[in-house]
Write a protein that binds this ligand. Structure first.
Ligand SMILES: Cc1cc2nc3c(=O)[nH]c(=O)nc-3n(C[C@H](O)[C@H](O)[C@H](O)COP(=O)(O)OP(=O)(O)OC[C@H]3O[C@@H](n4cnc5c(N)ncnc54)[C@H](O)[C@@H]3O)c2cc1C
Length: 423
């Protein structure tokens, strides 16, 4: 093989597609049985349900066009419905309508100004998505980018918004992080479900990427774990699978968590790097998938907005036909406040942080492989590395690399582009 990619999550498949498009022979290994990794899906009670992600937002649309995929993102209207004091604030697709809605909640012109600010900061952030993380010097020459890393999200939000609206824009644990994170999570296009060949839902993206990789001749092996990355005298030689088989390759791109990659799969990692990665605390979500025997019946005034993302006091909830998926502090009684027919369950499953850690080798159960904190943004995973590692031929391209986590795709693309440039 010319290249081995560890992980068939969206970043791994994107990296593999880019390398195969350049004419390289590529194999992908993933320990789980589905494509898409944390943005993948499996069967439950006769339905296909997502195992992690449920909406696409932070991925620049050009990632997909660059790898020749015609996946659309269907953005619902309203995009999200946020419960505030027992009532619903609607996040309409049309920015003017959205501003009007917010004004009904007592916000004045500052909400329009805030929205303009977010759009300009998001554009500024995206200027740096493709390629290696920007250096401090580069940022210093760009006033908007300086603001992204020089201010906190809290500081920015407090300039425009009363506190009770902040959770609508950013998870609370990120409020003291750089404004970059706020801009990252608030793309002007909004959030929606991928649609591919008539299928709508998170599985559509995973299937499209899998299909594209296979059609380019990529050898995707699911249910196959990589035990070790083989390197000799600082140069990558390939990988060893759990079976003991060695697959030789001159390029290895790992899109598994950098913590797992650097602490478990390679030898000789510098002590300082080891300490940095060992030090990340445990975080991670709970996700409930509930498959009903009939279409989901929403109550409490939510029925007209069934396609939207619901931001509720316990967390987030999305509905897809007969399936309810909820992420957060889960409680079935609480869910019954919103879903009338919870009792009509055919099947259910709960994913815990320990499951995410074990199933995906995601140390600390990070859904983005590493925290999205100041310490791990420009230095993601290690200062000065970008997508390279000190081992020649070994690249990192998952959510724990620049420009950040979630379904973004730029990490995988960046790692593949760099590997091709280094050839
Ligand atoms: C509950 C939940 C909800 C989320 N909601 C959203 C959302 O709505 N929108 C959004 O954008 N993001 C969301 N996310 C985050 C998003 O799913 C992830 O950040 C993203 O999918 C990471 O993609 P990736 O390709 O970088 O890594 P992964 O998807 O983690 O892929 C890496 C793959 O490597 C494999 N692997 C690891 N070690 C090995 C090994 N040794 N050998 C072989 N294979 C290995 C893993 O099995 C995994 O499949 C959510 C995540 C969770 C858990």
């Amino acid at each position: 093989m010319d290249a081995v990619v560890i992980g068939a999550g969206h970043n791994g498949l994107i990296a593999a597609i880019r390398l195969a498009e350049a004419g390289l022979s590529v194999a992908v290994f993933d320990k789980v049985l589905w494509p898409g990794g944390m943005a993948g899906y499996h069967a439950l009670g006769g339905a296909e349900v997502g195992v992690g992600a449920y909406a696409v937002g932070v991925m620049p649309r050009e990632v997909l066009t660059r790898i020749g995929l015609d996946v659309e993102v269907e953005v619902p209207d309203p995009i999200a419905v946020y419960e505030l004091d027992g009532q619903y604030v609607k996040w309409w697709r049309d920015p003017a309508k959205r501003v009007e809605e917010f004004k009904e909640w007592g916000l004045g012109d500052e909400i329009a100004a805030f929205w303009d600010k977010l759009i300009s900061l998001n554009k500024a952030a995206r200027r740096y998505f493709f390629g290696e993380p920007p250096t401090e010097e580069k940022l210093a020459d760009d006033p908007e980018a300086r603001e992204l890393f020089g201010r906190t999200a809290r500081d920015l939000m407090s300039q425009y918004l009363p506190r009770e609206f902040w959770p609508m824009f950013l998870y609370e644990h990120l409020w003291d992080e750089p404004a970059y994170v706020l801009a990252y999570f608030n793309p002007p296009e909004g959030w929606g479900r991928p649609v591919w060949r008539g299928e709508r839902g998170i599985q559509a993206l995973a299937k499209a990427l899998y299909w594209r990789a296979l059609s380019l001749g990529v050898d995707v092996k699911l249910g196959v774990s990589v035990k070790r990355i083989v390197a000799e005298r600082g140069v990558v030689k390939g990988v060893e699978l759990d079976s003991g088989k060695i697959v030789e390759a001159k390029i290895v791109v790992s899109t598994a968590s950098p913590v797992h990659t650097l602490l478990d799969l390679v030898e000789g990692v510098d002590d300082e790097v080891r300490r940095r990665l060992e030090g990340i605390p445990t975080a991670g979500p709970y996700r409930l998938n509930l498959v009903l025997t009939e279409p989901v019946k929403l109550r409490a005034g939510l029925a007209p907005y069934k396609d939207s993302i619901f931001q509720l006091p316990f967390g987030e909830m999305v509905i897809e036909g007969n399936v309810v998926s909820a992420v957060g502090d889960l409680d079935l009684h609480l869910l019954e406040t919103y879903v009338e027919n919870v009792g009509k369950a055919r099947a259910f499953e709960v994913w815990t942080p320990a499951d995410y850690q074990r199933v995906f080798n995601a140390r600390g159960a990070y859904v983005n492989h590493l925290p999205l904190t100041r310490e791990f943004l420009l230095c993601r995973p290690v200062c000065g590395w970008g997508h390279r590692t000190p081992i020649k031929g070994l690249y990192l391209g998952g959510a724990g690399t620049w420009p950040g986590g979630q379904i973004n795709g730029a990490p995988g693309l960046n790692a593949a582009e760099l590997a091709l440039r280094d050839l």
